[in-house]
Design a protein around this ligand. Structure first.
Ligand SMILES: Cc1cc2nc3c(=O)[nH]c(=O)nc-3n(C[C@H](O)[C@H](O)[C@H](O)COP(=O)(O)OP(=O)(O)OC[C@H]3O[C@@H](n4cnc5c(N)ncnc54)[C@H](O)[C@@H]3O)c2cc1C
Length: 293
């Protein structure tokens, strides 16, 4: 199977998409509609997040397997260390290998129920993502990605410490990183440049999620860990009660930011899709990266 690194090669900018594991049969239909709509646009890869526990995890594994076996897409399986012994992690990784999935995004994960709660490692498990990177690497010929945080991970005391641990993951054998959501290009570009200045050539992909509604915007702000820049608030505020205009402005803002990132030479844009294809298609079409929206 092709690797993410291979798919990112070449001069032309690429894009990739992220999906969530479906919660039920209805959700599964929504996911597969988006998968099929985006398949024709030839994303570099599609990644599927790893559920916080139990059945959600089985659905991640099933959806990843289906994408590997029933589509032309390159799946990247997310995996977290949450509530897993090393033996269990080995099992999941082995299962991915058995169905031909060779691309893994290695994450530490958060305490279930409360992302900022106390982190308690499984007694026979791992503490940090760099250990999972090393484990995946040890188990086979995998291409491994990790998470990066343009505003710093919420648990990191400062950006220097955050960079140190990102470099540790990359030096443990990760091939690339995907960034958490951000609202303005500068913090992402600074992080990318600091990684390069530290002598690391791994690609850092920007994570993009257009602001489509006031509720979606609140989620983006929460996940990014940073306040919205004043100029973006000013652009969106007038449309707080006008769903269509809010969405249109959100697509404009995302397109402008993506264009700036492409001008700055990012190899690919990674879209957090929430299992819907429309906004991603619109932004890609506006950027001229696909011919039909
Ligand atoms: C692109 C992306 C995809 C994601 N996908 C998922 C998913 O599928 N499922 C899910 O549950 N969550 C997912 N997350 C959320 C992620 O699991 C959380 O943000 C988690 O808190 C951090 O994971 P990490 O892999 O960055 O952890 P780590 O890199 O281990 O970092 C965790 C914290 O510990 C610090 N740290 C790292 N190494 C050390 C060390 N050796 N010593 C001391 N401190 C250290 C870091 O600075 C950071 O503050 C995703 C996040 C991103 C950005």
């Amino acid at each position: 199977m092709t690797t993410v690194v291979e798919r990112l090669q070449g001069e032309s900018p690429k894009f990739s998409v992220e999906f969530l594991p479906p919660r039920d049969a209805e959700d599964e239909k929504v996911l597969w509609k988006a998968v099929r709509e985006l398949e024709g646009l030839d994303p570099a890869f599609v990644s599927i997040t790893y559920g916080a526990g139990g059945s959600r995890r089985d659905r991640t594994i099933r959806a990843t397997g289906r994408i590997a076996q029933e589509t032309t897409l390159l799946p990247v399986a997310h995996l977290t260390a949450v509530d897993h012994s090393v033996a269990e992690l080995r099992n999941v990784i082995g299962w991915y290998a058995a169905i031909g999935v060779r691309n893994v995004l290695a994450l530490r994960g958060d305490p279930p129920g409360d992302p900022m709660g106390e982190w308690v490692a499984h007694p026979e498990g791992l503490n940090y993502a760099d250990e999972l990177v090393a484990l995946v690497r040890e188990l086979g010929d995998f291409c491994v990605g990790v998470a990066a945080f343009p505003y710093g991970h919420p648990r990191s005391p400062d950006l220097d410490t955050d960079l140190k641990f990102l470099l540790r993951k990359l030096n443990a054998g990760a091939d690339y990183a995907v960034a958490q959501l951000f609202h303005a290009p500068e913090p992402f570009l600074r992080l990318r440049d600091r990684v390069a200045a530290a002598g690391c050539s791994a690609a850092i992909l920007p994570g993009i999620m257009p602001m489509l509604s006031p509720r979606g915007l609140a989620k983006i702000v929460e996940l990014s860990g940073a306040d919205l820049p004043v100029e973006i608030s000013r652009r969106l505020e007038p449309y707080a009660d006008d769903v269509a205009s809010f969405r249109a402005e959100g697509i404009d803002i995302a397109t402008e930011m993506c264009q700036r990132l492409l001008d700055e030479g990012v190899p690919a844009l990674h879209f957090y899709t929430m299992n819907r294809a429309k906004a991603t298609r619109e932004v890609l079409s506006r950027l001229g990266l696909v011919t039909r929206a």
